[in-house]
Design a protein around this ligand. Structure first.
Ligand code: F6R
Length: 604
């Protein structure tokens, strides 16, 4: 987690850092800080809470003229979100910012304390700056000291370090956490955890690989690979589209992203969904040869899209499909066989558990495919094949459009695989393609629907909990609906298979238990209806979402009659997203930055 930025150049350094951090705030926002070295003058500022606080604190500070600067927005892992624990961390004359976790910091800290060094923070990061200064004194060379420091640390990191002792240089290293270097024609150098922080400032970018490190000066960046060999920096052009990352008149990014879903699924299908064929240019001929099973690993919302697709893989593509939560998979000593295609799903492409699961599968010799929204992310780079979801930057911490595009892309991939395996007819595929093309319409938010949900939401601000229930693919959707609600409203919500309620949870039923019943007409309608009747008989409050009027419902949101379960799925998905958002807004919560969460979870 956490976001880092760095800058070398002549411009107003404070502004560059704060603008960059604003873009990275989604990565963590419980404290933030900056440090600037301007000739030999060293300044730093830190503030707890959102970036606004740091902006206010640095109002009168100016940093024009040549210098080096680093900044950080934090999502606490070791040590509480306090000013002392906020980055940058100071040694005697150097500053460091770090994203990741230093696993052996306890042992290093003990060693440093024994040699007389005082620690100010509870963080793992502080060891880096003290180690650096210790080795500087021993070796009398800053870069050698930095090198030796990173040799000593284990774990995941993206590090930027500046020192008064060499005031024109930023030392950098990356292992497991994302870091990139941006360049422009003014000889300025930028560092960031993600390219949104430098769009509009740099025009070329280099994404560091694990184990790489080096140092940067105004017109010279020296890079070494993980074995310490000098490496040439091959940059790529940097994207310029920042507009899509703005709110465009919506109250929250999440709201804008819900409305965008109808368009981004069109992008996801572009060039891939043809009249009677699904095409993925990314998948080379023969890649799927010998594949006889699918294993999918993901976390959170991405896991829910995976779970929904597992019904489709087995039902349509007639291939065995297991889905696992990445953090569980990692430590269960899984049995993996080479006829299994290992699929990861990730919005950010940086989720530590998913990335690690992928590395395990690769070590076991499995072919890998990722469905991801961020090109050049760690998971994309690590995978044999990457199918990008093309949802655009998702800023709301609660994932919406990423989930929609993941689920759609998985449905497309199921059909692609099914036709490669020869288990579906041409007519069936054409019919499915016709339905795929109905998804943009199913995802459209009308004023009528939105205002109905807005009105309804006021009745759901209390109670002792929510159960979202569904069957088949609507069970993962129930899980996702419940996750959305709890993430942003902080109300307790659970997703449950409707048929399981009578095996325990029905004991909770009373009028203060809110049941959100997903009742599609195209799939197991009669079954779910009787499950909901059982709850209604115990006086649970029922909000039914269905095309079919349901007389026992306390509240009812009517969807359109459709002829394909996936179309009903997408329409109901939008309703659950809007419901969660409207409840959270009424409760006065920051929908885009819910407490305790971060957009990209790069720690395990
Ligand atoms: C919830 C949410 C998270 C993520 C999870 C995995 O709204 O966004 O549950 O889905 O942290 O993240 P990615 O998809 O980036 O791997």
């Amino acid at each position: 987690m956490c976001g880092i930025v760095g800058y070398i150049g002549e411009d107003e350094k404070k502004e560059i850092l704060l603008e960059g951090l604003k873009e990275l705030e989604y990565r963590g926002y419980d404290s933030a800080g900056i440090a600037v070295i301007d000739k030999e003058h060293l300044e730093s500022f830190k503030a707890v809470g959102k970036l606004e606080n740091l902006i206010r604190k640095t109002q009168d500070f100016k940093a024009p003229g040549f210098g080096v600067a680093i900044g950080h927005t934090r999502w606490a892992t070791h040590g509480k979100p306090t000013e002392l624990n906020a980055h940058p961390h100071l040694g005697k004359y150097s500053y460091v910012v770090h994203n990741g976790i230093i696993e052996n910091y306890q042992e290093l800290k003990k060693e440093l304390i024994n040699s007389g060094i005082n620690f100010l923070s509870q963080t793992d990061t502080e060891v880096i700056v003290h180690l650096f200064e210790k080795y500087k004194e021993e070796l009398n060379d800053n870069f050698e000291a930095f090198k030796k420091t990173i040799e000593r640390i284990d774990g995941a990191y993206a590090i930027l370090l500046i020192t008064k002792d060499e005031p024109d240089t930023i030392f950098f290293a990356k292992n497991g956490s994302p870091l990139l270097i941006g360049f422009n024609d003014k000889n300025e150098v930028f560092f960031a955890s993600s390219d949104t922080a430098i769009i509009g400032k740099a025009n070329r970018v280099y994404y560091l690989e694990d184990g790489e490190f080096g140092y940067a000066k105004k017109d010279k960046v020296v890079l070494f690979d993980k074995d310490g060999n000098l490496k040439e920096i091959n940059t790529k052009p940097l994207a310029t589209d920042k507009l899509s990352a703005q709110k465009e008149g919506f109250r929250f990014f999440m709201e804008k992203e819900i409305y965008e879903q109808s368009n981004v699924v069109v992008d996801t299908m572009l060039g891939r969904v043809l009249d009677s064929e699904i095409v993925f240019d990314e998948i080379k001929e023969g890649f799927l040869d010998g594949i006889d099973a699918i294993k999918i690993c993901a976390c959170g919302t991405s896991y829910h899209s995976a779970l929904a697709s597992s019904y489709l893989f087995e039902r349509i593509a007639k291939i065995r499909c297991d889905v696992e939560i990445a953090s569980e998979f990692r430590y269960k000593e899984p049995l993996l066989s080479k006829d299994t295609l290992f699929i990861t799903i990730s919005q950010s492409g940086e989720t530590a558990d998913t990335l690690e699961a992928l590395k395990m599968a690769k070590r076991a010799g499995l072919k890998s495919l990722t469905i991801c929204n961020v090109d050049n992310s760690s998971i994309v780079r690590e995978s044999d094949v990457a199918l990008l979801t093309r949802a655009g930057i998702e800023k709301g911490v609660a994932s919406t459009k990423a989930f929609a595009t993941q689920t759609l892309l998985l449905w497309m991939f199921v059909l692609y695989l099914a036709s490669k395996r020869g288990v579906i007819s041409k007519e069936f595929l054409e019919e499915e393609i016709r339905h795929l093309r109905e998804t943009p319409k199913a995802l459209k938010v009308t004023d009528k629907l939105h205002s109905k949900i807005h009105r309804l939401s006021k009745r759901y601000l209390h109670g002792h909990g929510f159960f979202f229930i569904g069957r088949d693919i609507f069970y993962p959707l129930a899980l996702e609906g419940a996750l959305k609600l709890k993430e942003i409203s902080y109300l307790h919500a659970e997703g449950y298979p409707a048929g399981e309620m009578k095996h325990g949870p029905i004991a909770l039923a009373d009028s203060e238990l809110f049941t959100i019943a997903l009742m599609p007409k195209t799939l197991l309608y009669e079954k779910i209806k009787s499950n909901v009747e059982e709850l209604s008989a115990r006086d649970a409050t029922i909000l039914a979402i269905s095309p079919e009027p349901f007389e026992l419902a306390d509240d009812f949101i009517q969807t359109k009659y459709a002829t394909h379960p996936m179309i009903e799925f997408f329409e109901m998905m939008v309703i659950t997203q809007l419901l969660a958002m409207e409840v959270a807004i009424r409760l006065g919560n920051d929908v885009d930055m819910p407490r305790n969460l971060a957009k990209s979870v790069t720690v395990e």
